[in-house]
Design a protein around this ligand. Structure first.
Ligand code: SF4
Ligand code: SF4
Length: 371
């Protein structure tokens, strides 16, 4: 058993806030470039600092990362620093040249946003040709042997299209499909009725279980879908779901150097800016990322507070819980809670879960956790 140490293992960096779309579900309301984005030099230095802090994975995102003129230099520098790199793009500007560059740089992960059949995708993305462009991007990548993953946010708008979406992705040679929930952040704050309703949530869980059992396209479940109980345990392959790692193993960087534990978190979770204190200082601040590093049962509320799984799950995705209830661990999107309310008895804890749970004999905080 090794002690759980804090280091920014996986970093998601919004290299620019500029975007060529205005998606209605955008969690950050991206659009125009921020006036104070990191300079080329600052960006390259940040790559080096991340490597020194032990970062293993860097995903460059946006906005739309391909709109930042030096996106290739940033990716190459991080790679030269020994960091595995990934990119998430909406595919709109991913033409044959960009596909050549992606293939040449050697990204470990390439993610393309994909939100529904043509009509739905174009509506969500607010551009009539966005479906055509993203499916072209898939074909360009496939032609060059680049493996890619489609990333979909599920809401009331596209929950009924998941079979068709899967067929489209297979047709365009996606290697995996990452499915996550749309949350009430960014532009979605004004469109709360689009968020997957709690009535529809069991339907999503059932659909994911069905799709994951099929051959032909690997379906990965996003961190904001679960947890425990009969179906949640099955969805996570009977492995322990270990909650949100924001600020303990995960880090988010905004295009102007603002730091959060996770890029999806709202402004309340800002820890500082690398122009005021170095990233190393921010990360090593003993008072930093307290919501997660000093999590206790008192941090939770509602059904999460007394939950058997709280020491491991800690309310699931912090952003999802906070955006729904204003509490970091009072997450209504939990199939375990729903099953309990229906009188469904949870299964005995599988060995892997029981083993990890037994290690948490103190408060459910990260500092008492183990690897
Ligand atoms: S009730 Fe809360 S802590 Fe328990 S499994 Fe659900 S989300 Fe996790
Ligand atoms: S806030 Fe949610 S998406 Fe972000 S690190 Fe935590 S669990 Fe993952």
């Amino acid at each position: 058993m090794t002690e759980f140490t804090f280091y920014p293992h996986s970093v998601v960096w919004e290299i620019t806030f500029a975007c060529n779309m205005r998606c209605i579900h955008c969690g950050t309301s991206a659009g125009k470039k921020r006036p104070d984005e990191l300079t080329d030099d600052e960006a390259l230095k940040l790559c080096d600092e991340l490597a020194a802090l032990g970062t293993k994975w860097l995903t460059i995102s946006g906005g739309e990362p391909l709109l930042r003129p030096d996106w290739q230099q940033i990716a190459r520098r991080a790679k030269a620093d020994g960091i595995e790199i990934g990119i998430i793009s909406n595919g709109y500007a991913l033409d044959e040249d960009a596909a050549d560059a992606i293939a040449g740089i050697g990204f470990t992960n390439v993610g393309l946003s994909f939100d529904g059949i043509e009509k739905t995708h174009n509506y969500i993305r607010q551009r009539d040709d966005s479906f055509r462009r993203v499916t072209n991007a898939m074909d360009f990548l496939h032609k060059r042997g680049v493996k890619f993953c489609a990333v979909s946010q599920i809401s009331n708008l596209n929950i009924g299209e998941m079979d068709q979406m899967r067929r489209i992705l297979i047709e365009h040679h996606a290697n995996a499909w990452q499915v996550q929930l749309t949350t009430t952040t960014g532009r979605m704050k004004g469109l709360a009725d689009m968020i997957l309703s709690l009535d529809n949530y069991p339907r999503l869980i059932d659909k994911l279980l069905e799709l994951r059992a099929l051959d032909g396209l690997k379906v990965n479940v996003g961190e904001n879908i679960g947890y425990y109980g009969c179906k949640g345990t099955e969805l996570w392959d009977e492995l322990p779901y270990l909650g949100c790692y924001a600020g303990t193993r995960i880090l988010g960087v905004e295009s102007n150097g603002t730091i959060k534990g996770c890029l999806s978190m709202p402004e309340d979770f800002v820890e500082g800016n690398i122009r005021e204190r170095s990233l190393t200082e921010i990360w090593n601040d003993p008072n930093g990322f307290a919501y997660n590093r000093r999590f206790t049962r008192e941090s939770a509320d509602g059904p999460c507070r007394d939950c058997h799984y709280l020491p491991m799950c800690r309310g699931g995705c912090t952003t999802t819980s906070y955006s729904q209830t204003g509490c970091i661990a009072n997450n209504p999107y939990c199939i375990y809670q729903m099953e309990l309310r229906q009188g469904i008895k949870p299964p005995p804890d599988p060995e892997a879960i029981a083993e990890v749970l037994a290690r948490f004999d103190g408060p459910p905080a990260r500092q008492t956790g183990t690897e």
